[in-house]
Design a protein around this ligand. Sequence first.
Ligand code: ASN
Ligand code: ZN
Ligand code: CA
Length: 331
Amino acid sequence: EAVETGTGTSQYSGTVTIGTTASSSGGYDLIDGGRGGHKTYDLNGGTSGTGALFHDADDAWGNGTVTNRQTAAVDAAYGAAVTWDFYKSAFNRNGIAGDGRAAYSRVHYGNAYVNAFWDDSCFCMTYGDGTGNADPLTSLDVAGHEMSHGLTAATAKLNYRGESGGLNEATSDIFGTSVEFFANNSSDTGDYLIGEKIDINGDGTPLRYMDKPSKDGGSADYWSKSVGRLDVHYSSGVANHFFYLLSEGSGAKTINGVSYNSPTYDGSTVTGIGRDKAVQIWYKALSTYFTSTTTYAGARTGTLQAAAALYGSGSAEYNAVAAAWKAVNVK
Ligand code: ASN
Ligand code: ZN
Ligand code: CA
């Protein structure tokens, strides 16, 4: 049962290496022994249980096309591995719960199911195959998003409703995006879009936009007293926008070939501090100051506390946090 490194041909991230395990009965299992023993299962259209653990004779997995059952598994296993590595590298965190415990992934859930989800009761994430079973929801940012629901459940435990629910969703978008940048994968370069690889709208547009969340037709760019009544995937817009502004600043910018133009509530100009510092501030706030009932006002306070602890009260980073919240109308 030696730890091995297989080669995977993914749908969204090109050719990747994935952690595998030599099976005592021959061949290889899709068990990532280097990352807690994360397993990837084939639900084969089912909606319960674990289905079958992926197995392969020669440790060369998938072929990049959706008709090969292993292809979605390669994307899912790669996404889980990069997310695990991101937590370790950025936060010195040992897995989702910080204790080295592996989660597991299930792919090919249901029929043409257009969603993916984390379930804390199984400590596992699950992916549908998308419209026409042609676009599995296994891209890197989606994997990082789902896995990060587990991290939130292990830390702040933000309730999945109202303003705290929006903060929960935004945390998953913030870390999912951070995972995508961290991967530095030439087939899926980092961006501030969520789900740009999975063609969820059928016209090539992404699911969400962090620079200007309202571009999706439903998300809030700015805080208002009614924002907590929106679906959590729309109230997240305020914090996603905060994170973009804190990282990159307001106005027009092109990153990895994608153009952004991030507005502010009051016409103010925000100067970004870079994504690496912004994500440190968010993680520190999430894991130290946020609670299950944190609101947007509380997130402002918590991220200012985090910036003060990391960089000093009145530091450029601290002032940028204040400026970015003001720019999304959180005071
Ligand atoms: N994919 C969705 C999410 O992670 C599933 C849900 O609505 N919870 O947010
Ligand atoms: Zn989510
Ligand atoms: Ca993305």
